[in-house]
Design a protein around this ligand. Structure first.
Ligand code: SF4
Length: 348
């Protein structure tokens, strides 16, 4: 059993506390200490008796803590944190401050197995999944540096639906009213298109927002950009979205990374509108960010505006996400955490 108390929901903590012969309400004190006060040492939980703290320590319970190896700030206000995990692996987390919001982009895996051709992280082989505690601690640690996090996006390193249980558990912890209490509608989980994950989320009692990275309107083109298409073609992906919407009534966001003359023509925009007809959705257009070894060039702002206009004229709610953190390699698709990239597995 994982003895990291940060990795546990309030219910899990109650089980731990009761198993040690204590009253269940003490779990609330533990949860608050870890997630509201960002406490790290069991010995520092003054609301628990010394005897109980000793008992926890004797049973080898602990509160994990990510190590901040580096923190870089861009002049646009964004910041990138390089964390070292207990086993020496590394991940990156990005803070995106915007007016009233403090959005944190968290990682769910070390590396990523999905191999999206436009993403630097996709060149880092998957090394392992993160625990829920390690996902939660990205929030806790950045809060200590930068203040309260209001919004979360699961769009950092890794594919959240390939680490489904830990990702959902971390959302339960971070959303809980006795802890960080980050509103569920302020949490977005983003997938490259893992169909079983979308269907599973449809059955959850907890409902974060769902975003899907699409980036192409046809299987042929998407397969070139996102190899996941070979396993889950677009028709199957959209069928899962229909199932999700039938169960939840919720709108989804489709993300579309714009690559110069590859997927950014007006014809692509029209095909996209046709493809998504009948769904409740909005589109986020994302500027492609350069990285060493990438064969693609991002679309110019003019081409992005043209693409956006074509969608808007067709009645699609469209937002352009101009890149933040590009100078510190913190923008979308740029996270590598200092690992050496492999060559692209699939020849383009
Ligand atoms: S875009 Fe997301 S899923 Fe694709 S390789 Fe990058 S991190 Fe992985």
């Amino acid at each position: 059993m994982n003895k990291d108390l940060k990795d546990k929901t309030l219910q899990d903590l109650e089980k731990v506390v009761v198993a040690l012969g204590q009253k269940p309400y003490l779990a609330g004190y533990l949860f608050k200490f870890i997630h509201v006060q960002n406490g790290r040492e069991i010995a520092g939980i003054s609301t628990l008796s010394k005897a109980f703290r000793t008992q926890l320590a004797e049973q080898e319970y602990f509160i994990s803590q990510l190590k901040v190896v580096d923190a870089l700030t861009d002049r646009d206000g964004s910041a990138k944190y390089l964390f070292e995990l207990a086993d020496g692996e590394r991940i990156e987390t990005v803070l995106l401050p915007e007016e009233e919001r403090m959005t944190l982009c968290v990682s769910t895996q070390v590396g990523c197995p999905m191999g999206c051709a436009f993403c630097a992280t996709g060149r880092i082989p998957l090394r392992r999944n993160l625990t829920a505690g390690e996902i939660v601690d990205q929030v806790n640690t950045v809060e200590e540096h930068a203040g309260r996090i209001t919004n979360l996006v699961y769009m950092g390193m890794g594919e959240p639906f390939l680490n489904y249980d830990a990702a959902l558990k971390s959302i339960r912890i971070l959303n809980h009213s006795a802890g960080k209490n980050i509103g569920i509608r302020h949490i977005t989980i983003s997938t490259s298109g893992i169909v079983p994950g979308i269907k599973k989320l449809a059955d959850e009692e907890i409902r974060p927002r769902l975003a899907i990275s699409l980036s192409a309107p046809t299987d042929t083109l998407r397969s070139r950009l996102m190899p996941v298409t070979d396993k889950y073609p677009i028709a199957e992906l959209l069928e899962a979205v229909r199932t999700y919407q039938a169960a939840t009534g919720q709108r989804v966001t489709f993300e579309y990374v714009l690559i110069d003359k590859i997927n950014d023509t007006i014809t692509h925009a029209h095909l996209l509108v046709k493809l998504l007809r009948g769904l409740m959705y909005n589109v986020n257009l994302i500027e492609h960010n350069p990285f060493t070894g990438c064969e693609f060039t991002g679309s110019s702002r003019e081409r992005i505006q043209r693409f956006a206009s074509a969608l808007k004229e067709a009645g699609v709610e469209t937002t352009i996400r101009f890149r933040m953190g590009r100078r510190i390699k913190a923008a979308c698709g740029q996270l590598q955490a200092g690992y050496h990239p492999r060559k692209q597995a699939k020849e383009m």
